[in-house]
Design a binder for this molecule. Sequence first.
Ligand code: NAI
Length: 381
Amino acid sequence: MNSDTIVGIIGSGAMGAGIAQVAAVAGHKVVVYDANAAALDKAKAGLGATLAKLREKGKLANAEEVMQRFTFAESVSAFAACGLIIEAIVERLEIKKSVFAEVEKIVGEECVLASNTSSLSITSIAAACNSASRVMGLHFFNPAPLMALVEIIPAVQTDEALIPATKALMESWGKVPVIAKDTPGFIVNRVARPFYSEAIRIYEEGIADMATIDWAMTELGGFRMGPFTLMDYIGHDVNYVVTETVFQSFFYDPRYKPSFSQKRLLEAGWLGRKSGRGFYNYSEGAAQPGPTKDEKPGHEIKERILAMLINEAAEALHLNVASARDLDLAMTKGVNYPKGLLQWCDEWGADKCLAKLDALYNDYHEDRYRASIWLRRKASK
Ligand code: NAI
């Protein structure tokens, strides 16, 4: 793969269109295909408008040239000359498998096939192909043109030689690639779970209200958005479903247990900002609850959530999901954490983090609060 590689994008929704933009701006010819003609038209118009806006702002002088690099295709046969295909269609395993099998028949032997799936097993997608060794995960973050992180996920079957080549290609696109094992949630969607779930737990127990928890995590923790504001922003149709999928995929490990508070919001159709109501009410004139800015309990909330996050990163490191460097890069570049969690562990002190978790474990007697052996060993050093 190099700058002459023609890139094919399957699915021209939010992610497909964003990834197509990144590849075209990086100099590639890009073939965009969608099964839905209206979605394809929308992507074409959207990309044209975005590129024009970038030119107006002086950020993309050759916007017209970039637009010429796109082909919008209504049939997969247009992928014949592609050297890399990135799939970003609906998150359903059986559909992805059949699309991969279909596309494999059209492209050449050297063509790399990648999925942007957030939660499905890359290995099971690869198994749908005759040449499974060319299949991998290439997980971008939303919005793809703005978020630097890309998780590269080799399947069990993936040819290892493809990994450095893909890494180099992503760097040439201006991205920050990290390598993650094919395990549920890869890095970000796994390690970030406690940011949401522990915040909800604190709220459900009545320890603090949502506004206070959000305040503690932003003002005292340095996060850009508090957990409730962020969940409302992501949408509960996405955030809750990721939590539930990760929980099921980890064979119901209680560490990832979803919450009823969030499930009920989804059932009510209170999806967050986009539907006008989620944890908070966004309708015009609705009163916004204010936080109780009491620093001592605020720090306790922050430390409880942080300890759970660090524990998750520690366990991922312990199980070789990714390197320490990649784990920290993923959280800072994929979800804008103020610091990598392993770096945070060093600065805070593994012993303090462990003491926090052990205190929770002793209080609750729940497996959810078990500390990673990695953290325990580090604390004892
Ligand atoms: P979307 O719903 O915006 O777009 C999906 C597009 O795929 C639609 O235009 C649809 O017409 C098309 N499509 C569906 N089935 C198809 C098929 N069989 N053949 C061709 N086109 C088909 O979805 P979005 O949000 O762009 O997500 C796409 C993928 O990216 C999913 O796997 C999702 O898990 C993943 N992802 C999503 C992120 C997000 O924040 N939205 C972040 C990272 C990954």
